[in-house]
Write a new protein. Structure first.
Length: 264
């Protein structure tokens, strides 16, 4: 299914509204981590847009840090989750219903435009990226987070897509080189490329999901680590994570890319 339909995602977010957010999917806060690493912890005065709002968790966290945050999605189910999350945290996030390939914002509106788990749903990703760039201020940044090609997660996903059992219907994936080339080709400068292994890993999350679905028993999303193994894993990630090769081993990758300053 080489399409992303509003009907599919409206049903998905309506069902998600009955669950705890971590039981829908977990982002582990990496979008917030990357944006804070880029701009600093105090985001007062920054205008930020999340495209494909999902549950709105990242948008809410950024609003708590002082940013003026808007979310854009083409189904009301997602935007409703964002409003609920904002209300629970006593912050303001402005939800907008619209299409990310032709958003209803003026040129040069935002300091940061970001999306997680969105670009891969477009057979042609360029209209989305070009609109992201259009609404960025000169010198602003786009943060793009997608599945990485060379990972067992992607292999399992492709098998499920082949038998029409993947929850998202259809999606693709990228290598870090492909993602960087796409951004550079549209006139952006790469500020940072990153990958995320997820801790705990996908094997644990998959087992947790299966147990919860079949028995109703809920294991913790973040179990208490075994200290020696935790230290070993942290040391490995710290060392290997400095290498370019690491970006071809993580389930998710991302780029932060900068729009050129205006020419006077």
């Amino acid at each position: 299914m080489r399409v992303s339909t509003p009907e599919h995602w409206q049903k998905f977010w309506e069902e998600a509204d009955t669950l705890e957010l971590d039981d829908v999917y977990g982002t582990d806060g990496r979008m917030v981590r990357e944006i804070v690493g880029l701009l600093g912890r105090d985001l007062t005065g920054r205008r930020i847009l999340e495209v494909g709002a999902g549950t709105g968790r990242d948008a809410v966290t950024l609003a708590k840090a002082g940013a003026e945050v808007l979310t854009l999605d083409y189904v009301p189910g997602s935007l409703g989750l964002t409003l609920k999350a904002a209300g629970r945290n006593d912050v303001t996030v402005a939800p907008v219903c619209g299409d990310g390939t032709g958003s209803p914002f003026a040129d040069g509106t935002f300091d940061v435009v970001f999306h997680q788990g969105l670009l891969e749903h477009f057979p042609d990703p360029y209209p989305l990226l070009r609109d992201n760039i259009r609404i960025l201020k000169p010198g602003g940044h786009v943060v793009i987070d997608v599945p990485q090609t060379f990972h067992y997660y992607t292999l399992a996903k492709m098998m499920l897509i082949a038998v029409d059992k993947w929850f998202a219907g259809w999606e693709t994936q990228f290598t870090i080189a492909e993602l960087e080339k796409m951004a550079i080709g549209e006139g952006l400068t790469i500020t940072r490329s990153y990958g995320d292994w997820m801790v705990p890993g996908l094997w644990y999350r998959a087992v947790r999901k299966i147990i919860m679905t079949r028995t109703g028993k809920k294991l913790p999303m973040f179990p208490e680590p075994i200290p020696p193994l935790a230290r070993l894993g942290e040391a490995w990630r710290r060392w290997f994570g400095r290498t370019r090769l690491s970006l071809y081993t993580t389930p998710t990758i991302g780029v932060i890319a900068r729009k050129p300053e205006a020419v006077s």
